[in-house]
Design a protein around this ligand. Structure first.
Ligand code: AMP
Length: 157
């Protein structure tokens, strides 16, 4: 299997758990399902699953993704990756820490709205994505005549 960047991705046997079926979570779940990955998406609001496409072939689970019982129902112990994309940084961090520390999941990603928290949690070995930081990088690329003065590390991240 190849990623959109043309890189080869080794398909793993476990499923991918996504917490939060918002705009990004639903989009990612649809995309992963379309390329043949097993996906379980969790949201506390059952209406959120309406955002999934009719072709979505994964599982939906209603519940709070920070609750261990909900994660057990998602069979987190068998997951190959956990991606937490709810609209709360603290929830995403909690889900990521549970996945990493209690269930030893190798690939764990948390979305963080607050750029200052991003560096802190990267130190705990949790991969984070921060929309504000990503947007700054894209704006910097689109404005070549107005250098924003981002550091090399900020651009390379
Ligand atoms: P969005 O802001 O569009 O990315 O949507 C975020 C989604 O995360 C919404 O559908 C929320 O219902 C969902 N969400 C927020 N907190 C939790 C939680 N603790 N467990 C599961 N889903 C959640």
């Amino acid at each position: 299997m190849k990623t959109s960047a043309g890189r080869k991705r080794k398909k793993k046997s476990g499923c991918i758990i996504i917490a939060g079926c918002g705009r990004l979570g639903a989009n990612l779940a649809n995309t992963l399902s379309n390329i043949g990955e097993s996906v379980i998406i969790i949201d506390k609001d059952p209406d959120a699953f309406r955002k999934l496409s009719p072709s979505y072939g994964g599982i939906t689970l209603t519940g709070d993704a920070t609750e261990i019982s909900v994660l057990h129902n998602a069979e987190i112990e068998k997951a190959s990756a956990v991606i937490s994309l709810t609209n709360h940084d603290s929830t995403n961090i909690m889900v990521a820490q549970i996945a990493k520390e209690m269930f030893n999941i190798g690939e764990v990603i948390a979305r963080l709205y607050d750029p200052e928290r991003e560096c802190v949690y990267q130190e705990f070995g949790i991969d984070t994505i921060c929309p504000a930081v990503l947007s700054m990088k894209e704006i910097d690329k689109m404005l070549p005549t107005i250098p924003l003065g981002l550091t090399d590390e900020e651009v390379a991240e």
